[in-house]
Structures are given as structure tokens and as C-alpha cells.
Write a protein that binds this ligand. Structure first.
Ligand code: SF4
Length: 229
């Protein structure tokens, strides 16, 4: 397991919980607006943390933190993810997994073993634009399978989309909503310009607030909850 970094405390990454965050190295997507290039581009990888050190830290936080968020990069690329989660769960922590949804086989395994309490999946684009936006050979069949697995897993979950103005029109965001169907929670996230995987996106703009608000209003007629971030 390649854990590139750990954030020891967060009040915002696991809804309603105090959590630590583990960032895994490696991703099979190349979203140009990605704000974690050091977890995606192997040339930028830091020396991975020792798993024993991570577990020792978490052991000291038993009773102080509710859960652990495992994010990336793309955590499901790591075959030993279930093993790491079992070790963390044995300390009594809840687990939130962030995923790009490209590995439904791993999700199926994790859900079957009851290893996930909350799953957050990115919806990157409408089906026809998924490869273009992620700059990767993603299987839309796999993406749709992951969406259905998450909805049926009887766990807390959310879908979420980061919206960059020059990449997606409002009509395309509506198409993205149709991918998740009658899901419980969908978050529309404003793109925030910081460091990006593709340097030319550092000056990219989020979709306008007016458009976001009208998309939110539309999705709230279809879903249990649609909110802005
Ligand atoms: S934003 Fe895209 S490239 Fe970056 S970690 Fe997520 S899926 Fe990978």
C-alpha cells in the first residue's frame, strides 16, 4: 500500500465526523484540474509513509477521532486496500472511501466484506465525454457499475462533481445527473484554482454561481439532497 501523506485531523472530509485522512499514491485518471498532482504523477511521489507508523498514530487517536478517510490518487488501485482497512477498522474507526469509480470489482469486494461506512464517488463527465475529461481510457460500463453498487450497498454515500467552466456546460452537468439517477446525495463542487495537474488549468474558472444555483434547484426536484460546495 502506498500512502503518500496523512492529514491528522479534519472536520470537513467525513460528513458529521472527526477524521484523519490517508492519501494513497497513484491514479489511473489524469483530470487536468486535479489538485493533487503529487499523488498522480509518479515523478512527484514522496517516499511513502510506513504503514506501521500510520497505524501507530491512529492507535493513539482511538476515542478522539471517529473515522478515517482513504482518498487519493485512487485508493481502489491498491490490491491490499481491504487488508489495510481491516487493520484500521480493528481499532474501531469508521471508514470513508473516496473513489473515481473505475474499479467496481474492488468496490464489490469491499462492500461484500462490510469494510466501508461511507463512499464518495466522483462523477467526472457525461458518458460521452468521460475519456476526454479524465484524459484516460476509462470504461463507462465500469463507472455505471460502480454507481449502482454504491447505491445498493446500504451505506452512507455521496456522488460529487467538480465543475470547471470551460470543460462542462450546464446541459452536460444535467446529463451527469442522469448517470446517478435517483441517488441520495449529489454535491456540485466549485473548482478552486490552486495547483493543478495540468498547469494550464491554474487559471481555469468554476461554473458561475447562478448556473450552479439553478442546477442545484433542478437536482433537488429529483434527488433527496443536492448541495453546493
Ligand atoms: S482528480 Fe482525477 S487525476 Fe486527480 S486523483 Fe482524482 S481521479 Fe485522479
Amino acid at each position: 500500500m502506498r500512502i503518500g501523506a496523512m492529514q491528522k485531523f479534519s472536520m470537513i472530509d467525513y460528513p458529521g465526523k472527526l477524521a484523519a485522512i490517508l492519501f494513497t499514491q497513484g491514479c489511473n485518471f489524469r483530470c487536468p484540474y486535479c489538485h493533487n498532482p503529487e499523488l498522480v504523477d509518479s515523478a512527484l511521489f514522496a517516499k511513502p509513509l510506513e504503514e506501521l507508523d500510520v497505524l501507530a498514530f491512529l492507535n493513539k487517536r482511538v476515542g478522539q477521532l471517529d473515522g478515517v478517510v482513504i482518498t487519493g490518487g485512487e485508493p481502489t488501485l491498491h490490491e491490499d486496500l481491504p487488508l489495510l482497512i481491516k487493520k484500521i477498522r480493528s481499532l474501531g474507526f469508521l471508514i470513508k472511501l473516496d473513489t473515481n469509480g473505475s474499479n467496481p470489482a474492488m468496490l464489490r469486494r469491499l462492500f461484500a466484506e462490510n469494510l466501508i461506512d461511507y463512499c464518495a464517488m466522483d462523477i467526472k463527465a457525461p458518458a460521452a465525454k468521460y475519456q476526454k475529461i479524465t484524459r484516460s481510457k476509462v470504461s463507462i460500463v465500469a463507472i455505471k457499475e460502480s454507481i449502482e453498487l454504491i447505491k445498493e450497498a446500504n451505506i452512507e454515500y455521496e456522488f460529487r462533481s467538480t465543475l470547471v467552466d470551460e470543460m462542462l456546460s450546464a446541459e452536460e452537468v444535467l446529463e451527469m445527473g442522469s448517470l446517478i439517477g435517483k441517488a441520495k446525495r449529489y454535491f456540485l463542487q466549485r473548482f478552486v484554482s490552486t495547483k493543478t495537474l495540468d498547469a494550464s488549468f491554474r487559471k481555469a474558472q468554476p461554473i458561475s454561481d447562478d448556473t450552479l444555483k439553478s442546477l442545484k434547484a433542478h437536482f433537488n426536484t429529483l434527488l433527496t439532497e443536492c448541495s453546493l460546495r
